[in-house]
Every structure is written in structure tokens, then in C-alpha cells.
Design a protein around this ligand. Sequence first.
Ligand SMILES: Cc1ncc(COP(=O)(O)O)c(C=O)c1O
Length: 455
Amino acid sequence: MMNRKLSQSRRNFIKTAGFTTIAAASGLGGQIGFAQSTGRRSSFDQEYNRIGVNSIKWDAAIKRYGRDKIKQPMGIADMDFKVHPAITTAIKKRAEYEIYGYETVDDGYYQSIIDWNKERYGLDLKKEWIRNSSALKPGIVSALRGLNPVKGKVILQTPTYSGFRGAINQAGMTIEMNPMKKVNGRWHMDLEDLENRLDYQTKCLILCNPNNPSGECWSADELRALGDVCMRHGVTILSDEIWCDFVRDGGRYTPYASIGEKYANTSITFKSVSKSFNQASLKVAYFFTRNEDLMNATMIGGGHETGTNVFGQIAAEAAYREGAQWLNDVNAYLDENFAYLVDYINRPGEMPGIKYSRPEGTYVAWLDCNGLKEKIATPDHVRALHDKWKAEGNHRRVTPEMVMGEWFVENTGVQLNAGDSYGIGAEGFMRMNITVPRHQLKAALESINTALKAL
Ligand SMILES: Cc1ncc(COP(=O)(O)O)c(C=O)c1O
């Protein structure tokens, strides 16, 4: 269960306390240069150049569309914010010792995982339940391989993270989509449909908690209801909780492993610091289960990398040990970005064709752009893009969402993720990553608004 007191007090604390008070309370003292010189949250207002460092968000977009076309990439899920200085300090310190031979994993790393999950979410973990992987996906691939019959079916509750499809394909399994239902702006699991889809070939369901892209933080009741269906059919839940540290003000993340012993015993949870502390390229993640049989099967699956990168481990430990307040600050800043976005989109007459309401978690906005399809992504437009790409030697199947993606770049300079890859229910949606300085968010929205009004 989440440490409620911490969650509820975090934004109020940030809102009311001056920096000196915060620094003293968090034990950060005078070490944190960025906070001293600029104030904690305003540091996220500062632009940090990501061009020329092989960033997928910036450099890959520029390579694809050209520097003149890309004003604001808002696609792949990492943040345009500098990491907590403790991470850089720890990496520099390790780099001073100039041998990088074979090493074991330091106990301090495991302890930081145990402490973080206990202190922040009230979750009790034991070291022997935890294994490492180089990223989340390899761990999931291992579990899928270990737990499924050859070519077994794996359930995805869609719309959900597009990378799961790659993981399932990589493991040699088949995807079975269990589309969710949208009721009053929130997506809900369809357990009746799920139950009808479960058969002897189905041994795993990948849960995304909180859900990327639509942001739901699943409640304990929702999770138990899901777990009950899965248990009745002998289905193991692989709970991807990579987004757990991004919960909007007033929301609550419930670890699947916290809702009861029988649920914990029939699941594996996958986590990482990579999203939370913006260190995806340092390649370290972990997964845990208290069920030894599930863990053994996963280890036999073997797609994970037990030997993770030493810099990744050191960075992860530094982040978990020193980054709690930084993460609170990021969340508070993102609450304000979301508030700005929601207000802007819902102003009468503005952003015609786009619908959006505030999510419960994550830092991506799942924009309903169905109102634009008729103008931007007609069958003729789809055909035209198909012909253009074909002439360039690109034989991908073209979807209306891809057409919208190209339109946004061409007409607004803003790059978004096309919704189609998130599965059934994602038609007409585009995903916007809002982890950018606020003035950049404002400029991107102005640009989109102007282009939409001119349509
Ligand atoms: C739900 C989810 N799982 C996993 C990943 C990727 O994690 P990794 O890079 O550690 O494989 C992402 C990245 O966006 C994600 O959204």
C-alpha cells in the first residue's frame, strides 16, 4: 500500500515550504547547486540542449524530418529535465576508479530498492525476491518465455504501451487484445470480455499500472477483480509498474503485490528507475516475485541480463537514496503542466477537434484527436502518405494516426506519438509527452492551436 501520508502531504509541502525549509527537511542541505541558484521547481523551467547527443526524442526526430521542421518533439517517454545532481556525482565518483572488470552487485543497490518501495509505497520486499535486468522489456520477455506454452496467447488490455507487442513477438507468443472501455473520460478494464478470451493457451496477462498511455492508476478493488479472473484461469499477471512514481496530485498508485498475498503469489512485478529519474540509457531495471516457481521459470526464460551495468546500478542507488524530494518536485511541476494543458484544450473555441481531461498518472497526455480525423486523415490522405513513403522506400502500413503525426510535424513543428500502435481503442488518439519546460509547452500548444484554427 502506498505511504498515504507521504503522498498526500507532498504537494502541500512543496507548495507552502520555502527552499531553505525543504532543503533542511530533506537533508539535502547546501549540496544541491541547482536548487540553491534557481529554486527547486524553476530549475525545470530551464532548457537543456539535447541536440547532438543521440537523443531519440530530439536527434532522431531531426534526422527524420529536418532541423527546420522540428520545434518541439513530444514523443518518446523520457524527460527534458536534468537529473538529480546526486546521480552525476555518484557516476563521476565511480569513474575515478579506472577498472571496470567483472563485479558482483552491491548489497546497497538491493537495499535501496527495498527501502524505496517500503518507504514510499509500504511494500515489503526481500532481497531474494529481486532480480535485475538491463531494462524492463528483457525481464518481461524472459517471463513470457518461461511461463507460456510455445506460441501461447498473452493478454494486453488496450490501449496500452506499444512496446509490449514487441516483447510478445520477441518471446514468440501471440497477442490477444482485451480492449478497455472508456466511461466518463476514464478507461475501465472489461473483465467479462477478458474472461471470454482466456483459454488453455493463455498463461500471462501484462498489466500496465499506472497505464501508459491513458494514465489510470488502478485501484486495489480494480486490481483484485482482475486478479480474481486471472487466478480462476491460472493466468500469471506480469505487472509493469515503471510509471508508478508519476501520480498526479490527489491520485494514488497501488502496487499489485500489495493487494493481498494470493495476488502477490501469482504475479511478477517489473520496475525501474529509468522513467522516474530520467536515466533510461543507463540500462538497469529489476523485477520481483515472492513465488519461487515463477522466478525460476523466468530465469529459465533467460532473455534478461543479470549482469547489469555498474553505472546504472550506482545511478539507481543514488536516485533511490537521494531523489525522493526531486521526484516530488518533478511531479508538482508536471501537475502544473497538466493543469495548463487541460485548461488550454478546454477553453471554448480553442484547440478545435481535440478532447482531453486530466490523467491520474504518468507524464503523457492521451489526446483524443478523433475530431481531426475527418479533415486531416481522410482515406485520400492515408493513400497519399502511403504513396509518398513507398516512393521513399518505406513500406510501412499507413494509419490515420500516422497521417495526423505527419500533419502535426509539418504544420506545427510538434512531434507526437501516433496512437495506433497502442492497440484496439487507440484509434484517433495521439500521445503528447509534457515533460518539457512550461514555456515550451505553451509555445507548442499555441502552434497547434493556430494550425488547427486555420484548417
Ligand atoms: C509501460 C512501459 N514499460 C516499459 C517501458 C520501457 O522500459 P525499458 O526501456 O526499461 O524496457 C516503457 C517505456 O516507455 C513503458 O512505458
